[in-house]
Write a protein that binds this ligand. Sequence first.
Ligand SMILES: [Zn+2]
Length: 229
Amino acid sequence: MLIVGLGVRDANTQTPTVAPCRIGQQAPAIGFWTWAANAQVKVYVVSTDFKTPEIPYLLKALENWNSASDLTGSGVKFEYAGNTPQLLSCENCLTVRRGSVFDKANRHATELKAYSARHDQIISYASITIDPKLTNPKAILDAVAHELGHNFGLLDCYTCKKKSTLMNQFKVINVPNDMAVPTACDIAQVRQAYKELKVRVRPSPPNRNLIDEGEEPVDDDTPIVIPKP
Ligand SMILES: [Zn+2]
């Protein structure tokens, strides 16, 4: 179950206040790749890359984001479309496969790659690659849920408090962090990302690996330009 805007009553005013989602503390910054609003994303799995019992964990990560679709306002839904022998480049297609992607610097054992036909932040097709080092199915679930966060516009938040976001750093490879469901702050940020998409679309984001370890992307304060009708 998802609880949004944890209602905390202020003792003095008796007006409900919402638990804060401060960027860099409880909430990841936005500005990354995003599926188009209301996209029906077809998800293909290179099933020969995975052990049969691993597949339900991949699907669970998709389901967890599907359940948050209305709350985030993205309208994006993932639909499992079965097996593929290779990476697919069809519109709104996501391929999940195995490959050597482990990055010592940011301790990611998974990688999201996105492609935009329009050279902007809107994804045409994407892939999630899972390193063979990642064998614990729960750790796979957590890692895929994190990567899916990236394709809803969320950036990593290594300074965020534990359990506040899916976008935290993985401390130990192949050990679950028990974070597979978008948090209230993740939902709030994705909501913001899709609100912003209605007024402006950013250019394709730079390669995430260019962000130094520990360095948090700064809050983008570029003024929002509302295009003339
Ligand atoms: Zn990440």
